[in-house]
Ligand binder design. Sequence first.
Ligand code: ADP
Ligand code: MG
Length: 234
Amino acid sequence: MSPLLDIRGVSVRFGGLAAVSDLALALGQGEIHALIGPNGAGKSTVINCISGFQPLSAGEMRLGDERLGQLTPVTAARKGIARTFQTPQLFGRLSVADNVRVASRSGRTGLFDGGELIELVGLAGLQARAAESLAYGQQRLLEVARALACAPRLLLLDEPAAGLAADDIARLARLLRRIAGELGLGILLVEHNVGLVKRLCDQATVMHHGLVIASGSPAAVLSDPAVVTAYLGA
Ligand code: ADP
Ligand code: MG
């Protein structure tokens, strides 16, 4: 069976800078795959490629049996690829409920209705609040609800736990387990929290200066000497 997402030979250059070089990454249905590495490694650029925000300089990407070609954000979303941003991108003046409603295709979702989604991410009772009035951690959770409202097959999360308190991180982890396990979504998770990666993720890929320096199980990857040197600063 083809993996849900199969990336081969993907490179992105910005002028003289090789932000991503010859990336290979495969992700199965129901799998949570961590993409880790120091700042500037190329992680957000990879998410931008898969979600159609960044054209590839080389390489190809497949979603299931389909070759993705050059994507735009709209075509990626239509194919079932949803993402969150490193900095939350919400409609600040709109309510929590309307932020989710705007994100869902034609006002409905294949996964949950908007109210269920808001409850699922732990924002029940805040439906009527303006997004900009939420605490930062709550805004990040609302971003996840918005991404899920598109009924995706593949969810790309760019540092969703950054700035979250411990109980929100635990809630997020339970949520991601559930949507991968029960709904079979594939999740690519950019994350710096090593403990969370070990607890939550099935696979991990480590990037450094645009190159993959290790991939495999989180435990193996995080004890790899090259990773320890590049990333964990030992
Ligand atoms: P990460 O998310 O791992 O911190 P990024 O993917 O954001 O890394 O960035 C990788 C490299 O590409 C960095 O050196 C960054 O400055 C550069 N970069 C990212 N986006 C652009 C862009 N649009 N134009 C030029 N350089 C960029
Ligand atoms: Mg980034």
